[in-house]
Ligand binder design. Structure first.
Ligand SMILES: [Zn+2]
Length: 373
């Protein structure tokens, strides 16, 4: 149930995102050119497994033009993982549930291997002891199509947790059932991941629908483990990042070329962890090179790059480079902000009982910005 207040709040937030574009449209009313509405209808949440922020900075960024393009929007290279975990599965659960691992509202999933079967501890809700809602619940319940396209078998946990048996009843508007994930695909092939994602959002757009896709590239992490996060041009880690960048480039080119998608697809890109402590892993949650990660929001068009911490001076606190603040300290921007940001981009409410960005207060444009008329 959503109160009129909630609705008004969401419309206000929507205006915070789209206001500058709307005003741009109004301001150009005398022009003979009509500008297409920039309303976001498709959101892709991308996690590049083991992506260190240095890859998005000079000079390394020069070889990653597609991720460089995604920097043309609000972003930070000083985001944080979960304070207690710098391994894969707990951080991705954080992204899709808007919860940290620990605490009374924590998601409680610390394991990082293929999960047991449902009924044997193999759903997120079983582990927590009560239902843990996700971005897939909110999207599916609001008639938004959902996809999970991932590169590691352990993500079967998401399918198990939100399937036709273990997903919650849909009590919002039309009944879309308990199965919250419409398409669930595991693939180690980078090109297949982007192809499946593009097909899903295009099929949705053709039907006039909206979609939310969670996309995961595993290869950089696998190469990072093998080569101790070596950034050299010829390193396997760097080659894996370039391959992911090429795949994102192909995705962006296809979106650009498609009138049904151009300007309507937002991309949120982050990572589950960095890597290098110990040298061939990322298990030390106190190591800055493990817990410091990028967080990018590309809002369907190339914008002036902006710093998310500067946009959110009251809502988030830029942490000291050596710190990953605990839940009771002023909060940094985290990978687990991504879920509720993704929903906000679609004009959807926050994940029920989420604690990270549960108020959807992480702004993407400055509150006091006055659009140029
Ligand atoms: Zn990982």
């Amino acid at each position: 149930m959503h109160s009129p207040f909630t609705y008004a709040l969401n419309m206000f937030r929507f205006f915070l995102i789209t206001g500058p574009f709307i005003c741009l449209l109004l301001g150009s009313s005398e022009s003979t050119h009509r500008v297409e509405s920039p309303t976001i209808t498709q959101v892709i949440l991308i996690s590049v497994d083991g992506l260190r922020p240095e890859l998005l900075q000079a000079p390394l960024i020069d070889k990653h033009p597609s991720m460089a393009r995604l920097l043309r929007g609000p972003h930070t290279l000083e985001a944080r993982t979960d304070p207690d975990s710098t391994v894969t599965l707990p951080n991705h659960i954080g992204m899709v549930t808007g919860r940290l691992f620990a605490g009374p509202s924590g998601h409680d999933w610390l394991g990082n291997t293929d999960p047991p079967k449902p009924g044997e501890g193999g759903t997120i809700s079983e582990m927590h002891g009560e239902y843990v809602a996700s971005i897939f619940d909110v999207a599916s319940d609001h008639e938004v199509a959902t996809a999970v396209v991932v590169g590691k078998s352990k993500f079967i946990l998401l399918d198990q947790s939100y399937d036709e048996t273990n997903g919650a009843l849909d009590t919002v508007d039309a009944d879309n059932g308990r199965d919250k994930i419409d398409a669930f695909i595991i693939s180690k092939e980078i090109d297949q991941i982007t192809a499946e994602t593009l097909k899903f959002i295009r099929d949705t757009a053709v039907k006039g629908g909206r979609s939310l896709s969670f996309v995961h590239f595993a290869e950089p992490d696998i190469a990072g483990h093998a080569g101790a996060w070596d950034f050299a041009d010829e390193s396997d880690y760097r080659k894996a990042i370039v391959r992911v960048d090429n795949a994102i480039g192909a995705l962006l080119s296809s979106i650009d070329a498609d009138p049904l998608l151009r300007g309507q697809v937002a991309i949120v890109l982050t990572s589950d962890h960095g890597g290098g402590v110990p040298p061939r892993s990322h298990t030390d949650a106190k190591a800055p090179i493990n817990f410091t990660i990028p967080f990018l929001v590309w809002m369907g068009v190339d914008q002036q790059p902006s710093d998310l911490y500067s946009i959110n001076p009251k809502q988030r606190t830029r942490p000291n480079a050596t710190e990953n603040p605990l839940a009771n300290a002023p909060q940094p921007i985290r990978n687990s902000d991504a879920g509720n940001v993704s929903l906000m981009l679609l004009g959807l409410p926050a994940i029920p009982n989420s604690t990270v960005n549960g108020a959807q207060d992480l702004l993407l444009v400055p509150k006091a910005s006055t659009p140029v008329q």
